[in-house]
Design a protein around this ligand. Structure first.
Ligand SMILES: [Zn+2]
Length: 365
């Protein structure tokens, strides 16, 4: 497993660089082909190609489908390996994308191999979908993964687990981004202040209003992440804008936050507001993962492993599949730390454990 992980990490696969990403996609295709799965490469014009793999032993007809979902793209530009080489030390494997989430893909590959070698009769067809743009919002893969999820009875997401104990992610916040653009009127701040409408003042007043919508207990947050406005000193600002980060645990809270945002009215006379954007990923609510988690927990305990769960403030492609009402279990990937950071690594001991857990989930779901 470590040798495969090394090969996979050493083919860099940045979301924004198609050629290297495609090389990584072809490497993965080869690994699954060698294990006699049916592989199709779904070509993309701008992003790396997506990879769909399906497998079912030829003994009977499948009575449904299970989806194993993940992404092979990473946040690291090509060349990162020079500063951040793959290395194994004291039970950890370091390198770009090890934790998020190439080790998860390796686990899925070996879970399939374990099922094949042990000749466990499967009830359902297994489809593995490895996409190329999760780290940049899944624009080119969303339709594909939603379509595949809709044909599935359950979705297993190989995103990293949480913390040193490898907690599975049974709920995730919905995540969005909105732009608040304020249009005022410029004027000389000294000669004609009465003729100006200060867009920055309007934006500041709106932000003060919006800030009060935060409800940490309920898990609803709205944060101004970027603000800009004005042109120069002496000039009353004609325009100003803010980029807002939106999050919520529940679909109901997501809808009401969006509604509130889009019904904002100007505070200063003559100012105009333009609000765009909203939630990109709906929340993954626990009601869509609880049953699969109970199953995983019981399977893990039969293997002598203790499995716990957690809620995550960030989203993944599991948010899309759960929002369709398809049972989704996320965070089944590696145990480790440092996603998107220079110390990104996985605990090597967890690789076979998590592969076995996935194999047993696939055999019993
Ligand atoms: Zn990820």
């Amino acid at each position: 497993m470590l040798a495969t992980l090394r090969e996979l990490v050493e083919i860099e696969s940045p979301s924004l660089e198609k050629d290297p990403a495609d090389r990584c996609c072809r490497f993965l295709a080869g690994e699954w082909l060698r294990r006699k799965a049916i592989v199709s490469i779904i070509s993309q014009k701008h992003r790396g190609d997506h990879l769909r793999i399906s497998w079912f032993p030829r003994t009977s007809r499948p009575a449904g489908q299970l989806l194993v979902l993940g992404h092979y793209d990473t946040v690291y530009p090509a060349g990162t390996l020079a500063k951040m080489p793959f290395r194994i030390t004291t039970g950890r494997a370091f390198g770009p994308g090890t934790f998020d989430m190439k080790a998860g893909i390796v686990q899925a590959l070996f879970a399939l191999q374990a099922l094949q070698l042990s000749r466990i009769p499967l009830l359902k067809r297994i489809v593995f979908l490895w996409t190329s743009d999760e780290e940049i919002g899944s624009e080119s893969s969303r339709k594909l993964l939603e379509h595949e999820a809709q044909r599935s009875d359950a979705v297993f997401v190989l995103e990293p687990s949480l913390g040193p104990r490898g907690l599975l992610k049974t709920s995730r916040k919905g995540v969005g981004e909105a732009q608040l653009l304020v249009h005022g009127r410029s004027s000389h701040a000294g000669l004609a202040p009465e003729k100006g409408i200060n867009a920055i003042h309007e934006l500041a007043a709106q932000i003060a209003r919006i800030e009060k919508w935060n409800n940490l207990r309920q898990g609803v947050t709205i944060n101004s992440d970027i603000v800009s406005g004005g042109t120069r000193a002496n000039v009353i600002a004609e325009s100003a804008q803010a980029t807002l980060d939106l999050r919520a645990w529940r679909a109901g809270d997501m809808h009401s936050l969006e509604k509130r945002l889009h019904s904002l009215k100007p505070i200063h006379r003559g100012a105009k507001l333009l609000i765009t954007g909203g939630f990109d990923r709906p929340p993954l609510e626990r009601k869509h993962s609880a049953q699969l988690f109970a199953q995983a927990k019981s399977l893990a305990s039969q293997m002598g492993l203790k499995l716990s769960e957690a809620a995550a403030g960030g989203g993944s492609d599991g948010n899309f599949t759960a929002a369709l009402g398809i049972p989704t279990l996320d965070g089944l990937g590696a145990v480790g730390d440092g996603a998107h950071a220079t110390h990104e690594h996985i605990l090597t001991k967890s690789l076979p454990e998590r592969a076995a857990l996935l194999a047993s989930l696939l055999a019993t779901s």
